[in-house]
Write a protein that binds this ligand. Structure first.
Ligand code: SF4
Ligand code: ZN
Length: 300
């Protein structure tokens, strides 16, 4: 197997691109895909203060690595979810990465902000763990970004994540979710910080290869609550389709973004208010995060 670029020994074959690359040319291919994403969706400007949401996994640490090497001004944000050993280890991976690269890392702890860690929130609400966890992550990331004056939040969602989310939304025809499925979400309120996903063009296998080749020390284990999640089932289905037809995920997601998404865009925006308690954005009077924190505080 020869590298498409230099003709040297290839280390990785990318069937959907009908190509193979050596180490250096794969790393360059990866960075080019990130540059293309940033350019195409005007994700980042040179003057942006970027908050990179890091979980300790290959995607988010790989993203931080690329953005640093591309010269962006970044700070990491690690949300300590309090999920047993998984959180202890993933936090130490983020701290070690930040220390090695000499870059700042903010740590916010769900147990302090909500009143209990994710496993207790799950028990109190009697809802799937990802429900309270996802809500807390979205809320705290935005609030930290606002409080510290960041202009944009970058997350490590890759092509597989995005295709699986799209698949879930289409399976249930969640037409409200479809317009929000985008590699770049603009701010629709002064208190909502812009969000971008610069890895949306890269598959999970490619982000794993990048992290490995760049010798990034990341947490390999998944969150213990991920097992039962429907997104994992959707990923498995899409992987089977990808095996049978390389490029299937890419075509599914990119076809949606280019051709179908505009059809679901709303003309009028939902009226947005500020939460009576915390001042963050909500469509009601009290935001979902404050309601969750109330429920948890009553129970613990
Ligand atoms: Fe949170 Fe669910 Fe992700 Fe675990 S799998 S980190 S519980 S959203
Ligand atoms: Zn609130």
């Amino acid at each position: 197997m020869k590298c498409r670029k230099c003709g040297g020994q290839a280390v990785l074959e990318l069937r959907r691109h009908n190509a193979a690359f050596c180490v250096d040319d794969f790393v360059e291919f990866f960075r080019n895909q990130v540059r293309e994403a940033i350019h195409r969706y005007r994700m980042l400007e040179r003057g942006d203060k970027v908050l990179v949401a890091v979980s300790g996994g290959k995607d988010s640490l790989g993203l931080w690595d690329v953005l640093l090497d591309e010269g962006y001004t970044t700070t990491g944000l690690y949300l300590d979810l309090g999920i047993f050993e998984y959180s202890v280890e993933s936090k130490s991976k983020c701290e070690a990465f930040a220390a090695k690269r000499g870059v700042p890392l903010i740590v916010s702890t769900v147990a302090e902000e909500v009143g209990a860690p994710v496993p207790v929130i799950k028990a109190v609400t009697r809802r799937p763990p990802c429900s309270g966890c996802g809500l807390s992550k979205r809320y705290l990331t935005n609030r930290v970004a606002l409080e510290h004056g960041f202009s944009v939040v970058a997350t490590g969602h890759n092509l597989d994540d995005e295709a699986a989310t799209l698949f879930g939304s289409v399976m249930h025809w969640q037409t409200d979710a479809l317009p929000r499925q985008s590699p770049a979400l603009p701010s629709t309120h002064p208190k909502l910080v812009r969000r971008v996903k610069p890895l949306y063009r890269l598959s999970e296998r490619e982000t794993a290869a990048y992290a490995f080749l760049r010798k990034i020390d990341y947490i390999v284990e998944e969150c213990p609550f991920a097992k039962g999640a429907t997104s994992i089932v959707h990923k498995e289905i899409l992987n089977r389709m990808e095996d049978a037809s390389p490029g299937a995920k890419h075509n599914f997601l990119f076809g949606f973004l280019d051709r179908a998404r505009p059809a679901f865009e709303r003309t009028e925006a939902l009226p947005l208010n500020e939460c009576a308690r915390c001042g963050q954005v909500t469509t009601g009077t009290l935001c979902a995060f404050c309601k969750l924190a109330d429920q948890v505080k009553r129970a613990v």
